[in-house]
Ligand binder design. Structure first.
Ligand code: ADP
Length: 174
């Protein structure tokens, strides 16, 4: 579903023909499971080579590499917080992931960008709560940015997709 410049879809982020995809990486930036593993497999070994030069990434921050064998030209690597009950700045750190990724995109003149549902896999952030933060931050960013044409939230699985759709509807209608 598309509402303005924000879209929610279901599928594999590695297949998208967008300027940049965002990776839900870990602090080492040296690969992992989930979407991180899928992105490294699809991009090929040159991605890991470039990631080795970056000296990791702090939680909430973002770094950019080329996309190599991916259809996307760029990969923006960001590190979401591990959910530890909500009292450890998890909301703020997740918001930083979206903000810092979008700021990097702006700097690189990226017009189309796709995000996975950062932190909602192995890092166990509650999906609805994460979706609210994602949509709020993307919407706030787009209100003052005119370069980015489209932001896609790519959900893996029907349950995640339905929750993101509901949150997008709520934000658009308020
Ligand atoms: P995190 O460690 O930040 O929780 P995960 O990769 O475990 O990262 O999960 C983040 C989200 O990405 C989850 O919703 C997971 O289902 C989803 N995901 C996993 N593989 C893909 C993929 N190929 N494309 C899009 N989303 C994916």
């Amino acid at each position: 579903m598309m509402k303005g410049r924000i879209e929610v879809t279901q599928g594999d982020i590695t297949r998208l023909h967008v300027d940049a995809i965002v990776n839900a990486a870990n602090n080492t930036l040296l690969g992992g499971g989930g979407v991180d593993g899928a992105i490294h497999r699809a991009a090929g070994p040159a991605l890991l080579e470039e990631c080795r030069t970056l000296n990791g990434c702090a939680t909430g921050e973002a770094k950019i590499t080329r996309g190599y064998n991916l259809p996307a030209k760029w990969v923006i690597h960001t590190v979401g917080p591990v959910w530890r009950g909500g009292g450890n700045r998890e909301d703020e750190l997740l918001a930083n992931c979206y903000r810092n990724s979008l700021s990097l995109a702006e700097k690189y003149d990226i017009k189309t960008i796709a995000f996975p549902a950062i932190s909602t896999g192995v890092y166990r952030f509650p999906v609805e709560r994460a979706a609210e933060i994602a949509v709020r931050e993307i919407k706030n960013f787009l209100e003052r940015n005119t370069v980015i044409e489209k932001v896609t939230l790519v959900c893996f699985g029907e349950a995640s997709y339905q929750k993101h759709l509901a949150v997008l509807e709520k934000f658009i209608n308020q």
